[in-house]
Ligand binder design. Structure first.
Ligand SMILES: C[S@@+](CC[C@H](N)C(=O)[O-])C[C@H]1O[C@@H](n2cnc3c(N)ncnc32)[C@H](O)[C@@H]1O
Length: 387
């Protein structure tokens, strides 16, 4: 093991690590905060940069706090247990600003981050890992190495209804590698393995969702994002909204008053089934369409729906838009593109492509703290055709 080295932390990187310099190389230091002086051990030399972990804090940041979680040192779920929530928000704002401005987005078009009403007890879904060892099934979260199982009996991020399910172990012979649960809009817990549809709420509306399918995990902050999207679509008043990566239709169905027609595209079978039921419940079936399958394989089918008075909303998973999608959008000629992202680094990559050619201009980027205490950041972006 290498000897600890003294480092001065300059800023924080997306992911939560403190950034320092060592012999001209950038060093990402886990557990360190901007302004701190720490003793750290280098854990990996990646060629162009180093990774390190705090061994001892020599001069602490005034924003350093004691973790509220007893598993903070071993669990891999949280990266901001050692800092006040106010400072976590400032760090995340700075990270989004750094990533987006490097991609050509103007700093003055980045709004202040939307805080979560509570940094704890916000998660409406739970995934428990299952490991079988010595004839027993053990459950818990994966640790910081992403491999070691950390048995946990509480997690401060979970809604209280989910906490008892951390201690449920499946029979040894059961093959499941993980167990998932969701709390529905009435506070009832449902295992994800059951092929049932449950009711989840967002921005004052209820939706049918497959118990094992995607739904936004922080209802309060996701509702803020959804309301903002509906307001922007309202301002644009498009003849058609394309809701790509639509899930069960949550976002597009909130825009029914603003857009004359909505075209949804989604690949997950259970979500598509729920989407069709949510559409039937909306009573607006005659102006709603569904395109199934991977968006990137359906561009031929989607292109005829695109007009100069359309708005396209995309809400992809962390890996961002599939290859070629951002260029397709940049050439589409649509009135506006709204992009709800859960990873600002892939968002920055896609923004570069969307702004290339100068057809579209940045209007607003709004960071939202959908996942307090963790490295993740949601960002909502609005881009408009010039002229
Ligand atoms: C972040 S979720 C957003 C869902 C929805 N917009 C919402 O707010 O509930 C991303 C969705 O995209 C779907 N998805 C992922 N990759 C896709 C692809 N290549 N084509 C179509 N849908 C995809 C997932 O099944 C998931 O429902």
């Amino acid at each position: 093991m290498s000897a600890p080295l003294e480092l001065s932390i300059e800023r924080s990187a997306y992911g939560g690590e403190g950034v320092a310099h060592l012999d001209g190389k950038t060093c990402f230091v886990e557990g360190a905060l901007p302004g701190e002086r720490v003793l750290a051990r280098v854990t990996a030399d990646k060629g162009g940069y180093l990774k390190a972990r705090v061994f001892k804090v020599l001069k602490a940041s005034p924003h350093r706090t004691a973790p509220s979680c007893r598993y903070a040192k071993s669990c891999g779920g949280c990266q901001y247990q050692h800092v006040t929530y106010e400072e976590e928000l400032r760090l995340k704002q700075a990270q989004v600003t750094e990533l987006l401005t490097r991609a050509g987005w103007p700093a003055d078009k980045i709004s202040g981050i939307v805080a979560s009403p509570s940094p704890e007890r916000y998660r409406n879904s739970l995934t428990v890992q299952v490991v079988r060892k010595h004839g027993r099934a053990l459950t818990g979260y994966y640790g910081q190495d992403n491999t070691t199982l950390v048995p946990v009996v509480d997690c401060p991020l979970l809604r209280p209804e989910l906490v008892p399910y951390l201690s449920v172990t499946p029979p040894y012979k059961d093959k499941a590698e993980r167990l998932t649960y969701k709390v529905d809009a009435d506070g009832r817990v449902h295992p994800g393995e059951k092929p049932v549809f449950i009711r989840m709420a967002l921005a004052g509306r209820r939706y049918l969702v497959p118990a094992g399918g995607f739904f936004q995990v922080n209802e309060a902050v996701a509702s803020e994002a959804a309301r903002r999207i509906a307001a922007w679509v309202g301002e644009a008043a498009p003849e058609r909204l394309l809701d790509l990566y639509a899930g069960v239709g949550t976002l597009g169905l909130l825009c029914l008053d603003a857009a004359s027609e909505v075209v949804f595209a989604e690949e997950h079978e259970g979500s598509v089934e729920a989407l069709r039921m949510n559409i039937a419940e909306s009573g607006a079936q005659d102006r709603l369409r569904v395109v199934t399958g991977r968006v990137e394989h359906r561009l031929e089918e989607l292109t005829p729906w695109i007009t100069p008075r359309s708005v396209v909303l995309v809400d992809p998973p962390r890996k961002g838009l599939a290859e070629g999608m951002a260029v397709w959008l940049a050439r589409s000629g649509v009135q506006e593109v709204l992009y709800l992202s859960c990873d600002p680094s892939t968002l920055a990559r896609d923004i570069r492509d969307l702004l290339q050619g100068g057809v579209y201009e940045p209007v607003e980027a709004l960071p939202l703290d959908m996942f307090p205490r963790t490295r993740h950041i949601e960002t909502l972006v609005r881009i408009r055709r010039r002229g």
